[in-house]
Design a protein around this ligand. Structure first.
Ligand SMILES: *Cc1c(COP(=O)(O)O)cnc(C)c1O
Length: 402
């Protein structure tokens, strides 16, 4: 393929109603948090997950921080987190003085390994934080059983996982608490935004107080108390009504956005089957009972050298692939604040060989095919001596643009 391509890794798209709803918000005269649009978003999340309560926050990071306050962590308490993770998943708890205890991941899903959780539990363990990587559920049956046995709080970092399910149950509804991200890189987005889902009814009132600067303002507005006052520690964890209006336009279309992303995911998945058979790369694994969100598509190359070479070759062809996460235990912050009770070889290995391909709603069949071709060329290029010439598939599960 010689034609010039320029395919960004991510392109945030509009769902359609953003301008109209923002105009409505402006006309309403109420622009601060927990207004009508934030309420609509929260109710949508409650309806779609079955959570007792959803609170719309400025980010997933903010929602994770609220989880740390709600879990009543005190300095020296330990929180078990996957080593292959985003920084906020650990940092939010470090802000409470807690020690993130990094554990290894499962080599097939790259999700936290339940056996490693069990091995990392100590006297000081208070909570387990899981990431449903790529919107593929963690082994929640095992994780919830471990948590029950040791009386630990379970927090789902569901930043990738909107609209994903585990044995028919929505992700975000399984832990005591769950967090979503509406950052521009996520499936449903408003630039910056997030949500905290509360599945333990006993935590709802406290969560509202934490969100409203430590006051009972939420109860006051419902008429439950006759004046509002400082009750506890808290901060300002609200999303403005302008951003909430934007978010509502996206949430309304979450099923369609998810379907578009899953189509791209499925196209990549089928297209790379021959390369996997030839052991030139491996594809994601989705366990039975899991419906993923189409958040991201990655491949694992055989070695770090090959990963870096493919990454470079794709960039030369205008395909902006990326990789992540650097193992938390190897980062300066992780070394300073965290603990690694046992080596995490799978996390290190995945980090070195993983490559994420462009995936967004609106990527479309043509560009998806261009990425597939570029990957074939890059992988083949590396193996030119082996002389394999594998044609990409001709089937196309991607719908034509509406
Ligand atoms: C994006 C992301 C976050 C942070 O989300 P923000 O809304 O940007 O704070 C946290 N955890 C995971 C797993 C993420 O992918």
């Amino acid at each position: 393929m010689t034609e010039a391509t320029n395919i960004p890794f991510n392109r945030p798209s509009l769902a359609g109603g953003e301008h109209r709803y923002i105009d409505e918000a402006l006309a309403s005269g109420k622009l601060s948090g927990n207004g009508q649009f934030a309420d609509r978003c929260a109710q949508w999340l409650e309806r779609h997950t079955g959570a007792t309560k959803a609170l719309i926050t400025p980010s997933c990071t903010a929602a994770l921080e609220m989880s740390g306050i709600l879990a009543e962590l005190t300095p020296g308490d330990e929180v078990i987190v996957p080593d292959f993770a985003f920084v906020s998943t650990a940092n939010a708890f470090v802000l409470r003085g807690a020690v993130p205890v990094f554990v290894d991941i499962d080599p097939r899903t790259l999700n936290i390994d339940p056996a490693a959780i069990e091995q990392a539990i100590s006297e000081r363990t208070r909570a387990i934080v899981v990431i449903h990587y790529g919107g593929v559920a963690c082994n929640m049956d095992r994780i919830l059983a471990i948590a029950r046995r040791h009386e630990l709080t379970v927090i789902e970092d569901a930043a990738h996982a909107i609209e994903a399910t585990y044995n028919g149950r929505p992700l975000g509804s399984l832990g005591d608490l769950a967090t979503f991200s509406f950052h521009e890189t996520k499936n449903v987005q408003c630039g910056e935004g997030g949500a905290l889902l509360i599945n333990d009814p006993q935590l709802v009132e406290h969560a509202e107080i934490i969100q409203e600067k430590g006051t009972d303002r939420s109860q006051f507005f419902r008429g439950a108390v006759d004046k509002y006052t400082w009750r506890d520690t808290g901060s300002s964890y609200l999303l403005s009504e302008v951003a909430s209006a934007f978010l509502w336009a996206q949430l309304e279309h979450a099923p369609r956005i998810t379907a578009e992303r899953r189509d791209v995911w499925q196209h990549y998945f089928e297209a790379f089957e021959p390369l996997e058979k030839d052991e030139l790369l491996s594809r994601p694994y989705v366990p039975a009972g899991c419906v993923h969100s189409g958040h991201l598509f990655y491949v694992l190359l055989p070695t770090v050298e090959q990963r870096d070479a493919v990454l470079g070759a794709l960039h030369q062809r205008g395909v902006h692939a990326v990789f992540h996460y650097l193992p938390l235990h190897e980062s300066p912050g992780g070394r300073r604040y965290g603990r690694l009770p046992r080596p995490a070889p799978v996390s290190r290995d995945a980090s070195s060989r993983l490559l994420r391909l462009p995936l967004w709603a609106g990527l479309g069949l043509e560009r998806t095919e261009a990425v597939v071709e570029a990957v074939y060329a890059a992988v083949r290029g590396q193996r030119s001596r082996a002389g394999r010439g594998i044609a990409p598939p001709t089937s196309s599960p991607i719908r034509a643009p509406a």
